[in-house]
Write a protein that binds this ligand. Structure first.
Ligand code: HEC
Length: 176
């Protein structure tokens, strides 16, 4: 075998011996250990690798947000098939405090992490809340939000103004 083949091979073997596959998805192992929400919903281990549905900004809270979707949600968003979103769709909203860039203060970056929250579509299982299961994890240590499963009333109640959009505020961005 040529040296050019052996070097990457040994590097891969070394990483494997350390328990780290070189193609492991970002953060997967850490997120698998996250405690479930009080209603039993788990934070999907690969959520950080999902694709963008839309960015968002809350001017009252000075928060920047990214709304991501799993493969089912992205397919539905691209096809305009969101009335209703199909079962299996998961939307994730990642929230940070805005922070001015140190070299360009009017450029707002994602600063301190606030929370990640998800909506999981399963029309039968979550029939009482419009077909969506809600869950939120707060802060860097991803602490599950809510004293008990009743916390979803707060989520669903605030999503009522967009009942006609299948309870989803975010409009998938249109790409040229
Ligand atoms: C005070 C009102 C309010 C409450 C309470 C609320 N939301 Fe939302 N939610 C919004 C608004 C407004 C948006 C639109 C995007 C944004 O916030 O920038 C949104 C967006 C989302 C999204 C992205 C999909 C969408 O609808 O646009 C998810 C996921 C989400 N919320 C989950 C939750 C969960 C889980 C809870 C409860 C733990 C919750 N929300 C509670 C107002 C609320």
């Amino acid at each position: 075998m040529k040296k050019s083949v052996l070097v990457p091979l040994f590097a891969a073997m070394f990483l494997a011996a350390c328990g780290q596959s070189p193609i492991k998805p970002a953060n997967a192992a850490d997120k698998a250990a996250t405690a479930p929400a009080p209603n039993g919903i788990q934070l999907p281990a690969d959520y950080a690798d999902w694709r963008l549905i839309a960015p968002a900004y809350r001017s009252d809270k000075q928060h920047v947000r990214a709304i991501l979707g799993n493969d089912t949600a992205i397919r539905a968003a691209r096809a305009g098939n969101t009335q209703p979103w199909p079962d299996g769709s998961i939307l994730a909203k990642l929230v940070w405090k805005e922070a001015p860039h140190e070299k360009w203060p009017t450029a707002m970056e994602a600063g301190q992490f606030v929370h990640v929250e998800i909506m999981v579509k399963d029309a039968k299982r979550h029939a009482e809340t419009g077909g969506w299961g809600y869950a939120r994890w707060v802060g860097k240590d991803l602490k599950p939000y809510g004293k008990d499963a009743a916390f979803v009333a707060e989520c669903h109640g605030c999503h009522m103004p967009v009942q006609d959009a299948d309870f989803v505020f975010t409009k998938p961005v249109k790409l040229p």
